[in-house]
Write a protein that binds this ligand. Structure first.
Ligand SMILES: [Zn+2]
Length: 310
């Protein structure tokens, strides 16, 4: 723990200028062992504007922002840090419009910046959730394109055409350990629920679902499988319920509807990860969550062209 602040005003006091921000970033990234991002050599020369590698075959100059989400940024680190603080600590996230107003940057810059922060929250090679004796609830929901919020004209154009009605919607599956972590996974056209359950939930777990047919066969592969029949108005039967996941979905829905309004299928997983990250770090402090996110910023890149590519 290097950061010493608890509130946004204290953050701005703590990160009083760019030099302070840069040395904080280097401390978090390298913890005293400055390493060349090109070849991995340690102890480079310090230059006026950064470092120069000592490895005779490399000798590249680099700034400590190279090889991180901050590479080539024109936005001051101080602004970045405030954005990371706001994005990871607001319960429902923050829109690019709001962030642009709060921090005095263009909305397009704010949008790109927030996507780069989300990129650091991607889980690389995640382990299955649950384990022996752990209850894992799973369910799938449809996000976006709610017909009730559409204009009458648009809604009537979908009448009887299920494919058209689904066109701007995205199926999202979720897996949550009771008292533990959550994971969301956007369901692609070539994926089915049983395979996703196998991918995300350890077979030693107690699987908890609704009575959808998709879960019947896969449920037999688990230590136990219990379900509640929502179609018969059954929601809780002893410890059999899916209240945890429904709570998480309703929270996710409020984020989508209240803050981000409309999320395209392409970016849905990024917003899912943002929401899951806040859920999974709910027991930590705002400052720890901030610093944990800054630690994830090296080794991750997201170029604008890749972000907007179809
Ligand atoms: Zn090097």
């Amino acid at each position: 723990m290097f950061a010493q602040f608890k509130t946004l005003p204290q953050l701005f006091d703590f990160f009083s200028n760019e030099d302070v921000c840069m040395s904080y970033w280097e401390q978090v990234r390298w913890n005293g062992n400055v390493t060349c991002p090109h070849c991995g050599s340690e102890n480079p020369y310090k230059t006026n504007r950064g470092y120069k590698c000592k490895n005779i075959e490399c000798q590249k100059k680099f700034s400590s922002l190279v090889g991180s989400i901050f590479e080539n940024t024109k936005i001051p680190l101080r602004t970045w840090f405030a954005a990371i603080y706001l994005c990871t600590n607001h319960k429902k996230g923050i829109s690019s419009l709001q962030l642009s107003r709060d921090l005095g940057i263009h909305q397009k810059s704010a949008w790109f910046l927030l996507h780069r922060i989300r990129q650091t929250l991607m889980e690389i090679a995640p382990e299955a959730l649950g384990g022996e004796g752990v209850v894992v609830e799973t369910d799938t929901t449809i996000v976006g394109g709610k017909t009730k919020t559409m204009s009458k004209k648009k809604r009537s154009s979908f009448k009887g055409d299920r494919n058209a009605a689904m066109a701007n919607k995205t199926a999202v599956s979720a897996y949550v350990e009771r008292g533990g972590n959550i994971r969301f996974d956007v369901v692609d056209a070539n994926e089915n629920e049983p395979d996703l359950v196998r991918k995300h939930v350890d077979t030693g777990s107690v699987l908890m679902t609704d009575t959808a047919n998709a879960y019947v066969a896969v449920g037999k592969e688990y230590a136990a499988h219990e379900s509640v029949d929502h179609s018969k108005d059954e929601y809780v039967r002893g410890h059999a319920h899916t209240n945890t996941i429904e709570g998480a979905f309703s929270h996710f829905d409020r984020m989508v509807i209240g803050v981000y309004h409309n999320i395209s299928r392409k970016h849905m997983q990024a917003y899912c990860n943002e929401s899951a990250y806040r859920y999974n770090t709910r027991k930590t402090t705002q400052t720890n969550r901030f610093e944990d996110t800054v630690m994830k910023c090296s080794g991750v890149r997201l170029k604008y062209d890749a972000l907007i590519a179809k």
